[in-house]
Design a protein around this ligand. Structure first.
Ligand code: FUL
Length: 490
């Protein structure tokens, strides 16, 4: 064979092989322009994490310490970080975030840059390190570790002066280099005001747009902890959801135009819903405390939220494409209070009971369209219990109907939908209908889905359910669909 012929034959054969392997395993659908990082996906999948607010405030009864609290006050009698981590693990949390330093400036680790820390306290004769014990406990129970380092410091004499930034960055360096992998670092938005400030006892205001030099702090954090995710009003990775009730918007995009957001002066409504046209993926984190305050106060023992209230918060956070960050403040002993533990356990039991059986799993489903008619995109993928497989449509098809036959009449009152977010958040309008005496009757509707959307509906008993996607910013895709009957205890 002459060389030209050879080349043609080889080219022909390679094309055939390529076509064949594409047919066997076609590529994923084209991803949206804005997609999450691998760490953000893992973060959204955690769904529920815990907050641990603990400092001198625990002993003074305050929410915001003034900064003049004596370290002598910090003396937990039975601090046991293993108890925190054990309870968190048992109740379904995947990560804990500790207030290493709150606005009062007291440090839970022996920082070399200040004496206003555990090393000046009577606890363990000044030789203790709460951050170390916390990190070890998280490791012991397989939880990820997060730390809160308040930018506002009401104790430090230099607060408001550029010198304070050197101090702040040094503290950040200590925390991010001494304690192994830190998965989330929390930059609070509360900033500037009255304080002790090394004895000045005055009001200090800072320019929120420029004072902290956020870009430098972010670069430093990522240099020291490349896998960490940074929380603030403006991300870059995780954003505040705009309220402290733990409620994401009914419509909640993971995208945001975060560049113009000023930490501490963001528009809560914008953070709450995200932005369908947002240029960055910034996951919404829904923070809320199990008690009225963020810190433990004995007089709030009777005001711990009920398991049912927590379940409601779960639906409004995790069920709306957010991550729930639930605060459980240790008491003066340094332990989660018995009341809080009891509530958390009942909360977990309710969720486990409700979501134990997906009544739609493995049932027969047909779609108005599925991509290439290939099994990789078949509607059966959304009922296979595997979040990695998904249904999707052909290019150009932005609307679709998926009809599920439940084989028998089934009673349910929760509908769960998930998108394969590694490819972006797409769906912007959908509805759910069920067959009532041969008539399709609407039972739920919404705008966004994202990682997870759960809709609470009136109980219905039906054999046929359909999901109608009416609007999508790209061809739609669904990785999971579920029907559940809520626990009687909800
Ligand atoms: C707020 C703080 O001012 C509260 O004390 C608490 O830490 C909460 C999580 O964030 O902005």
């Amino acid at each position: 064979m002459n060389p030209k012929k050879w080349l043609r034959t080889i080219l022909f054969c390679s094309c055939l092989t390529l076509l064949h392997s594409c047919a066997k395993n076609p590529p994923d659908i084209p991803a949206n322009q804005v997609v999450p990082t691998e760490h953000q996906i893992a973060y959204q999948e955690m769904e529920m994490i815990g907050f641990v607010h603990f400092t001198v405030n625990t002993f003074t009864g305050r929410e915001w310490g003034y900064g003049d609290e004596s370290p002598d006050l910090f003396n937990p009698t039975a601090l046991d970080a293993n108890q925190w981590a054990r309870v968190a693990k048992e109740t379904g949390m995947k990560q804990l975030i500790l207030t290493a330093k709150h606005h009062d400036g007291f440090c839970l680790w022996p920082s070399q840059y200040t004496d206003h820390s555990v090393k000046s306290s009577p606890w363990k004769g000044g030789n203790g390190d709460v951050v170390r014990e916390f990190v070890n406990a998280c490791h012991e129970y397989g939880l990820k570790v997060g730390l809160y380092l308040s930018p506002w410091d009401r104790n430090h004499a230099d607060y408001g002066h550029p010198r304070y930034l050197t101090y702040y960055k040094n503290q950040l360096k200590e925390l991010l280099s001494r304690y192994g992998e830190i998965s989330e670092i929390w930059f609070d938005g509360a900033n500037g005001g009255t304080g002790y400030y090394g004895g000045a006892r005055e009001e200090r205001r800072i320019d929120r747009t420029s004072y902290y030099q956020w870009p430098e702090i972010i670069t430093l954090t990522k240099q020291l902890q490349p896998n960490s995710l940074i929380f603030s009003d403006a991300g870059p990775d995780i954003r505040w959801i705009g309220n402290e009730k733990g409620f994401a918007g009914e419509t909640c995009w993971s995208m945001l135009n975060s560049d113009d957001i000023i930490v501490g002066a963001a528009d809560p409504a914008y953070l709450n819903t995200g932005d369908s046209h947002g240029a960055k993926w910034v996951v919404g984190e829904c923070d809320v405390s199990i008690r009225p305050g963020w810190f433990y106060h004995e007089d709030e023992d009777s005001l711990v939220k009920t398991p049912q209230q927590l379940v409601d918060i779960y639906y409004r956070s995790v069920g709306r494409n957010g991550v729930l960050l639930l605060n459980i403040p240790p008491d003066k002993r340094g332990l989660f209070h018995e009341k809080d533990i009891q509530v958390l356990k009942e909360f977990r039991e309710i969720l486990d009971e409700t979501f134990k059986v997906n009544l739609a799993e493995g049932k027969h489903v047909v779609s108005s369209n599925y991509r290439l008619n290939h099994e990789k995109f078949s509607p059966a993928n959304m009922l296979d219990g595997d979040n990695r497989t998904y249904w999707a449509t052909d290019d150009g098809t932005f609307q679709a109907t998926l009809e599920i036959d439940l084989e028998n009449e089934i009673l349910f009152d929760r509908v769960m939908i998930q998108e394969p977010i590694k490819l972006g958040q797409r769906i912007s309008e959908f509805s759910v209908e069920c067959d009532v005496q041969n008539e399709w009757t609407p039972i739920a509707q919404g705008m966004t889905v994202g990682h997870k959307r759960i809709l609470r509906i009136q109980p219905v008993q039906t054999r046929k359910v359909r999901l109608i996607i009416t609007e999508s910013n790209n061809i739609p895709a669904i990785s999971n669909f579920g029907l559940y009957k809520a626990s009687e205890k909800e």
